[in-house]
Design a protein around this ligand. Structure first.
Ligand code: SF4
Length: 456
């Protein structure tokens, strides 16, 4: 069996499963957020009754992160609906925007968009927060009401996005009927070269198979090259499996995985026991591709979908209006470090926005010094508009007052993960997906630029 099949078989209580089979699997964790949480709760109450209790309060994780820093009252209300449900169900894992459990969330635009407006429990973007807060464990099943839930596949976990109806059912029953996906195999070899990042790996892969090339399939990444990829790198790659239509992505378990998970579960006091899945000899793959990291170059997915792959060095004719660094896939500490490495001592030519994925990342960037400057200061001095309000922000557009949202037609280079028309705001805007290094170089030049031009 493939890694995905092995996890699903275990969760179904079976010794063996095959692709295409429909099976009931036990959920280990269900995650929901402010956009889908209220709908999920509605389905749960309608189907299980107004007095029903969730199947296991320790396994439900609720992370408001999407439409948070906006004066839009309906968006603010969604966070309050989550808080009411958490109080009713006595759920331990709720990463609220405010500290008062009886309070109500209201964003204050008069304080501006840059200054922190959240309390001490807020965790930021759900997919980045889940591992940081110790909720991702090898060998487990994670369902989330968000398509980029697949990011947790970096941790040798079966993680996939589900809709509100399925999530409402999982809330009550703790299990779900799913079809075992076929597996596509990506054997990773070599090492990333300077100026090339994990984002280039996944943009390359999606360019190879097309933005619907993995529809309802598992993407398995293994091979000798994986050892050189950090957990952040693996998260970046797994995150975008859905941009090729994938059901999930999964990486092999190794010492790096164990180190990360053990540190995070210890730090947060979450469940620390787990059982990874290891590769069988007799795996059957639908498709195989060798990804040689040595040969990859800075890559861009052009408007209007993530499969429109080109090399950054071929796109110098595309003039840009805006650059954006942020999101679950592109707003991690390591993303900002590579961004700053290119920008240090220089100044951007176009409007450039930086949105860390989580408050923890804000803290790391504000504490880490390069010489007499923090990374945060280096970015601000380079002209980047850095907000402390970690969250999804303009990655998915959001209400019109969202930080970094494109409210007029423009061209933006972005380290986010999705570029269908309208994704970051205005329907006539164009989004070019690229690595943090390529976003930085392009922000300096005002046109799409290979970051190797700025590295020596
Ligand atoms: S940062 Fe973007 S892709 Fe990630 S969860 Fe938020 S909206 Fe979705």
């Amino acid at each position: 069996m493939t890694l995905t099949e092995k996890i699903l078989a275990r969760a179904a209580g079976k010794s063996h499963v095959t692709a295409g089979e429909n099976i009931w699997v036990q959920a280990d964790v269900l995650m929901t957020h402010d956009v889908c949480g209220p709908g999920t709760i509605g389905v749960f109450k309608r189907e299980f009754g107004p007095q029903a209790k969730v199947w296991d309060r320790e396994r439900v994780v609720i992370i408001p992160d999407h439409y948070i820093f906006t004066a839009d009252s309906k968006s603010n209300r969604n966070v309050d609906i989550l808080r009411d449900f958490v109080r009713e169900q006595d759920l331990p894992y709720f990463y609220d925007v405010i500290d008062d459990p009886a309070g109500s969330w209201k964003f204050d635009p008069s304080k501006g968009l840059l200054q922190r407006q959240y309390g001490s429990n807020y965790a930021g973007v759900c997919h980045t927060a889940l591992p940081q807060k110790g909720h991702t464990r090898p060998g487990e099943i994670l369902f989330g009401t968000d398509s980029h839930t697949c990011m947790a596949g970096a941790f040798n976990q079966f993680a996939t996005g589900i809709g509100n109806t399925d999530a409402g059912f999982v809330l009550g029953a703790g299990r779900l009927l799913i079809k075992v996906p076929e597996t596509m195999h990506f054997r990773v070899e070599g090492r990333l070269q300077p100026g090339v990042m994990a984002k280039d790996v996944i943009l390359h892969v999606i360019g190879e198979i097309g933005f619907d090339g993995a529809t309802y399939r598992a993407l398995q990444f293994d091979g000798p090259g994986v050892a050189s990829l950090s957990m952040d790198d693996r998260m970046t790659i797994a995150n975008m499996a859905i941009e090729a239509g994938g059901k999930n992505a999964i990486f092999e378990f190794d010492a790096r995985t164990a180190e990360y998970v053990e540190a995070r579960t210890r730090l947060n006091g979450t469940k620390s026991t787990y059982e990874p899945v290891l590769a069988d000899r007799d795996q059957k793959f639908l498709y195989e591709l060798v990804v040689n990291l040595d040969q990859l170059e800075p890559t861009v997915a052009c408007h209007p979908d993530p499969g429109q792959r080109k090399k950054a060095k071929e796109l110098g004719h595309i003039q840009l209006d805006r650059a954006y660094l942020g999101s679950c896939t592109g707003g991690k500490t390591s993303d900002f470090v590579e961004f700053a490495r290119v920008l240090r001592g220089r100044h951007v030519k176009i409007d450039t926005f930086g949105v860390p994925a989580t408050p923890e990342i804000v803290g790391e960037l504000q504490r880490t010094r390069w010489g007499n400057r923090t990374i945060w200061q280096i970015l601000v001095e380079a002209g980047v508009q850095m907000t402390e309000n970690a969250g999804c922000s303009a990655c998915l557009g959001g209400p019109v007052d969202t930080f970094g949202r494109m409210n007029t037609p423009m061209k933006c280079i972005s380290a986010t993960n999705r570029n269908f028309p309208g994704r970051m705001g205005h329907k006539e805007s164009q989004v070019f997906l690229a690595s943090p290094a390529t976003v930085a170089a392009s922000a300096l030049a005002g046109c799409i630029t290979d970051p190797r031009e700025y590295l020596n």
